[in-house]
Design a protein around this ligand. Structure first.
Ligand SMILES: [Zn+2]
Length: 59
């Protein structure tokens, strides 16, 4: 896959949510366009996710 193909895929995924991203809960992920050519992948955990609790404690 070339970089431009990856860009097109990410463009198509921008703002979409899809399941996964955490082995400990039914988390979903969202591709958030930051600026042209830059995306951020956000993971949304369940409120009672143990992995999320571990991360919060690690702050
Ligand atoms: Zn989780």
């Amino acid at each position: 896959m070339t970089d431009s193909n990856l860009t097109n895929v990410l463009d198509a995924m921008g703002g979409k949510q899809f399941p996964g991203g955490c082995v400990d809960c039914d988390a979903f992920q969202e591709v958030i366009p930051v600026e042209a050519g830059v995306w951020s992948l956000a993971i949304f955990h369940d409120d009672d996710c143990p992995a999320l609790a571990r991360m919060e404690r690690g702050k």
